[in-house]
Design a protein around this ligand. Structure first.
Ligand code: SD4
Length: 324
């Protein structure tokens, strides 16, 4: 029986007998825990490479994973050539750049913003929601007011390049999410620091030409990103609606809790999507790490690259995919 088959079998046992199954598997996870593969930083797409550099530098200097993930993804948010994140992101169909982001630390604390406009670093606003409010998520105008009160400044995030691209799109207004859009997409970044603590961050300008007001998976804790310091973490990129329908990142962490490797968990997360949804035209990619510092990656289609910084080396890797 292949590894994957035996995992599916294990999963169905775990789900059929949830309490016994999940406590049994989480015991196994704890017993096998080793620190040899940490620290680790992993993130989505080519822009993840530079984000990893920043995050790893913080961790290498003894910093915490939560600071590393925030500072890491800020590199992509500030990059005008990342057309699906922050400044320079493609706008919605009305020409507005609207941003979603979330962040989560090793204590299970988390913060998020959605439908935020004119703030270059939504991840840092999400961090402030986490640190300074009793809430998890702020949205739209309320998130903007909160940001302005907390020292952020309004900026025009629509670059000339993005405006021209939007004007091109307006000529026929055809809405179709593009698979692996220029290999730049949402950044999801997961990290384990030297103490073994896990954190994650996810930030995006969402799908290009989306309806005004549309919010995707990226700011939804459990959909776009989730970490549990006892188990590991997961994050998602791609068509957020498909990820939200299956609560993808939470699913991945729960599968690992039941004994799945990060790779098996990502593959099962994709399997849940392709089973019920029209996957042919959409890309979704998952990344996962566990407490041992093992990682997994899987996508619906070929072309999903991710950046892995481990054992002192930062490298790009091409993820395996369901549709070959
Ligand atoms: C979203 N998942 O808004 C994000 C964006 C993304 O491909 O990853 N785009 O649905």
């Amino acid at each position: 029986m292949s590894n994957r088959r035996s995992f599916i079998k294990k999963t169905s046992i775990g789900i059929a007998g949830t309490i016994i199954g999940s406590s049994l598997y989480s015991c196994n996870n704890k017993n096998n825990n080793s620190m040899s593969n940490i620290p680790i930083v992993i993130s989505t797409w080519k822009h993840g490479f530079d984000a990893n550099e920043k995050a790893y530098e913080i961790i290498n200097n003894g910093g915490q994973a939560i600071d590393a993930v925030e500072e890491g993804v800020k590199v992509s948010e500030a990059d005008p050539n990342c057309h699906s994140v922050g400044y320079g992101g493609w706008p919605d169909r009305d020409g507005n750049v609207t941003l979603d982001a979330c962040i989560m630390d090793h204590t299970g604390n988390c913060g998020s913003v959605s439908f935020l406009q004119n703030i270059k670093h939504p991840i840092s606003v999400a961090r402030k929601v986490m640190d300074n409010t009793p809430h998890v998520m702020l949205s739209g105008e309320g998130a903007l007011q909160f940001a302005l009160k907390n020292g952020f400044h309004k900026e025009d995030l629509l670059t000339d390049k993005a405006r021209k691209r939007w004007e091109e799109w307006l000529k026929d207004e055809k809405y179709q999410p593009i698979i692996n859009i220029e290999n730049h997409d949402t950044i999801g970044l997961l990290a384990i620091d030297k103490k073994g603590d896990i954190a994650g961050a996810c930030t995006t300008s969402g799908l290009a030409w989306k309806m005004h007001g549309r919010v995707g998976d990226s700011p939804i804790i459990g959909a776009g990103m989730f970490v549990d310091n006892e188990i590991g973490g997961g994050c998602a990129t791609g068509v957020g609606e498909a990820v939200m329908k299956t609560i993808g990142s939470f699913l991945i962490v729960e599968l690992m809790r039941q004994g799945a490797t990060p790779q098996e968990a990502c593959e099962e997360g994709i399997a849940r999507i392709v089973k019920n949804q029209n996957y042919k035209e959409m890309q979704i990619g998952y990344l996962a790490i566990n407490k041992k510092g093992e990682h997994g990656a899987y996508a619906v289609h070929n072309g999903f690259d991710y950046a892995l910084y481990q054992n002192g080396t930062n490298q790009m890797i091409n993820a395996q995919a369901f549709a070959k």
